[in-house]
Design a protein around this ligand. Sequence first.
Ligand code: ATP
Ligand code: MG
Length: 356
Amino acid sequence: MVDDSGWADLVISGVSKSFRDPKGAEVKALAEVSLNIPSGEFVVLLGPSGCGKTTLLRSIAGFEKIEAGFINLGGTRIDLLPPHKRPVNTVFQSYALFPHMTVAENISFGLENEKIDKREIKSRVAEVLELVEMSELAERKPSQMSGGQQQRAALARALAKKPKVLLLDEPLAALDLKLRKTMQVELKRIHRATGTTFLFVTHDQNEAMALGDRIAVFNSGELVQVGTPFEIYTAPTTEFVANFIGESTVLTGSIDSRIFTGDGLKIQQIPNQITDGSAKKIIIRPEAFSLLSGKGSVGEMRIKEIIFAGDALEVLLSSSTGHEVKVKSDVSILPQLNVGSDVELFVDATQIGQVN
Ligand SMILES: Nc1ncnc2c1ncn2[C@@H]1O[C@H](COP(=O)(O)OP(=O)(O)OP(=O)(O)O)[C@@H](O)[C@H]1O
Ligand SMILES: [Mg+2]
């Protein structure tokens, strides 16, 4: 038997790309980005506006010429091929459906260009429409459909070509929050049903956590961390990642004999994996703290703000040096808290991490 493991793996290796701004200055959109994506994985590219996410997708699709590195798909180098020769397809934020064509015509159009047999086209159109649960709307035109339906049609059109990799550039950004959440579940189902590799761009951390098998976090053209949502959330390696994914309190100080001192706080029983020394940066997620009772007292803190979020309380505290600490707490203690008063803060030290 032929071992075809890794056959459709996408390998991005040392990819760099710069642009010139109107004044002629160099903008580094991608700086030596390397990322291996096994076939069938759902990877989310996450990062703030302008960090290079779209540039990476366009480089894979063939709309940008990379300056350094290479891109392989299934063992074949694709970065030198013209876009139409690459076995990838893109779904854009603006659905880019042809307005004068029905959904079915939109889907079959791309296949006709590829000179695929008519009967095969018909069966593929039916197949992808069923996949996105749009069979009933096949004869509608884009203007006769909701945003969510147009997005499904765009997805069906991209999948009909049976790409090895589907590139999705903020495809849900135009939808309202409720519809976006529904579409997230749909996307996961469709991903599972097709087994296609999905490379999905977003700047929304919740969307990234909800969708990705793995998340690749970008900042200023650099890939700063890759991992499962759990790894990225529980063990961010940099302050940027810690603050971009979820909220956290970052404290700077020194650790001596398992005691952290800094930013007006003293925390006992720092985990052993964080070594002694000065200028240490530790991060603490809001849910690792507790108020009024708990383990590991940090001492008295002043309440700056209380935000009732329905299922949780977010409390902003201020240390003696004015450093801000974010706490997520059970709503039951709300009656005992007042802005401006002091409260005892506790922390579960086992949940403390370290960043650079
Ligand atoms: N054609 C171009 N000419 C000049 N600069 C460009 C060009 N395309 C992108 N850039 C710059 O390259 C950087 C990366 O852009 P890119 O579109 O990849 O960001 P992004 O992460 O997709 O951002 P967003 O979340 O806003 O879509 C930005 O600084 C952008 O201004
Ligand atoms: Mg973009």
